[in-house]
Ligand binder design. Sequence first.
Ligand code: KG4
Ligand code: ZN
Length: 355
Amino acid sequence: MSVDEPLVLGIETSCDETGIGVVRGTTLLADAVASSMSEHARYGGVVPEVASRAHLAAMAGTMREALDTAGVRLSDVDAVAVTAGPGLAGALLVGVAAAKAYALAANKPLYGVNHLSAHVAVDTLEHGPLPEPAIAMLVSGGHSSLLMVEDLAGRVEPLGATIDDAAGEAFDKVARLLGLPFPGGPPIDKAARDGDPVAIDFPRGLTSPRDLQRHRFDFSFSGLKTAVARWVEARERSGEPVPVDDVAASFQEAVCDVLSRKAIDACRSNGIDTLLIGGGVAANSRLRAMATERAERYGIRVRVPRPKLCTDNGAMVAALGSHLVAAAVPPSTLDIPADSSLPVTTVSLANRIGA
Ligand code: KG4
Ligand code: ZN
């Protein structure tokens, strides 16, 4: 770590995690996260208004924790980066407003950045610079996309995305069906370890030759979720116990099979040998193992950040901010909006709406 490298603060509030990270160059100095997850658990999903209020309540304390852990003061930072979108509108607004205030108070440049690109950038903190071009697969509760990352500082193109539920959403809904807690990814991952992944042959969405013609790099998980629901209902009707571990393992196998197959196809068809997997579902142990093993057969290197960096956090925003500073990308103006449907092609907001 060199003191010449930019010291960047990152603020993330697009969903239910208030994350504040501090990085210098590609070195992680602090990653403070306050989650409002427990407040949403009883609703089985994130309640936007509850999340926004929780961000507001957590912001100052999380900021203090991040700066203290990093051993720096706000006046030491070279730039403030913030998730400007996509995400929940009210939740994003809290982060964007706070970032503007901190940037203005400390007289530092502001970078409004894309949440998806930040999920890609976080990997540089663990595995160093990303070879470009690379394919990135982002799978979380809110998004499932395959991206071509030509230049992490500005050229990211979508190859495909989910046409219905996100991968993490499928984990959350299936967990609910099985009586497992929210968020559903971790308990399904755990239950699946004791189950048989070939016990039930669940459907693999958008993998038939006909679907592949139109949706080669797109995903669909809602049919799979319905198939699991039907299977569980039939079992309950017949009075037999539901083998939770086997259902979890077979469901997880179907998701991981489709995700890894399509991601590797995206690499091979574009002649790319680096696959990055990010987002909350990238914490899944079976996905990590399956994608790595399958990719190796084709000489493709899989990069997956450690689980804590896969779920939403501020370090990922700081990592992208630091990359933008190093690439001499101009900062955003102080009147940038929070954009809940920010397109994936907009890595950072140059300036105000319409300009
Ligand atoms: O990236 P993230 O923290 O927030 C969003 O941007 O959505 O992702 C949260 C999602 C949840 O749906 C959660 O169930 C899923 O990631 N998840 C997992 C695992 N850990 C978290 N899914 C599968 N296996 C896991 N181990
Ligand atoms: Zn995310």
